[in-house]
Design a protein around this ligand. Structure first.
Ligand SMILES: *Cc1c(COP(=O)(O)O)cnc(C)c1O
Length: 231
């Protein structure tokens, strides 16, 4: 039944390895997140059996319904927009929150994590495409936001996340990745109290090879593993 899934995962890993090689990088620098949004629990568990050890979900409601039945083991990432009134659920469901884009959201996360006596690894989401519909802070606010978040002891900043402009033309997509990389490098010159930068989460099914060429350390791949989403 899940031969296709296994083949898809193998193929994505091969493409990651080839892209890394072309860029003179080691494939071990790049983490593959299987984006499991909209997939049924059986499919998610089959992907885990096939070696997927990081999963990404984008909606809290969906995650609350499915994650309790998903096998233990994989690192669970929230990659979609988080509303402040859903933070109380998010801190119990996820190991990393990739979509922190305002200080108000960060403060709510910090407060909820303090109650649970835990520290949450987070990424700062940056809108690198300039499209209004995309979430994320403005590129020029990213450093200020990082410094403000660093004052919150129950959050640990690990890096940055972005969704590039959607286009088949990689020369339109690439500048988004370059921009996030520049922000990351700039941010790396600042010492953090409650975190260490190591993650550059960029690249999806349509553009992960380009993202790897531009320095991505974490690619979020849904369609290329699971096929086209119906919902
Ligand atoms: C859905 C989603 C992905 C995966 O998209 P695919 O094109 O299916 O690989 C990656 N990142 C985020 C934030 C998403 O919402």
């Amino acid at each position: 039944m899940n031969q296709t899934l296994q083949e898809n995962i193998r193929e994505v890993r091969r493409r990651i390895r080839d892209a890394a090689e072309r860029a003179g990088r080691d494939e071990s620098e790049i983490t593959l997140i299987g984006v499991t949004k909209t997939q049924p629990v059986e499919v998610i568990n089959a992907a885990i059996d096939a070696g997927i050890d990081h999963i990404g979900e984008s909606r809290i409601q969906e995650a609350r319904e499915r994650l309790p039945d998903v096998k233990e083991g994989p690192v669970r990432h929230l990659i979609g927009h988080l509303q402040r009134n859903k933070v109380k659920y998010a801190v119990k469901l996820f190991d990393m929150i990739q979509s922190v884009d305002t200080i108000l959201l960060a403060e709510e996360l910090n407060a909820r994590c303090a109650k649970l006596n835990r520290q949450m690894p987070i990424l700062i989401e940056v809108n690198t495409s300039g499209e209004d519909a995309k979430m994320g802070c403005q590129p020029k606010e990213a450093l200020t936001l990082m410094k403000a978040i660093d004052r919150l002891p129950n959050l640990s900043t690990r890096g940055f996340m972005s969704i590039a402009v959607y286009s088949e033309d990689m020369e339109r997509v690439r500048p988004c990745f370059k921009l996030l990389r520049e922000i990351y490098e700039d941010a790396s010159t600042h010492e953090l109290q409650h975190g260490t930068l190591s993650v550059l989460s960029m690249g999806m099914s349509s553009d992960f090879e380009t993202a790897i060429e531009e320095g991505s350390t974490m690619v979020r791949v849904g369609t290329a593993i699971f096929g086209r989403r119906i919902v």
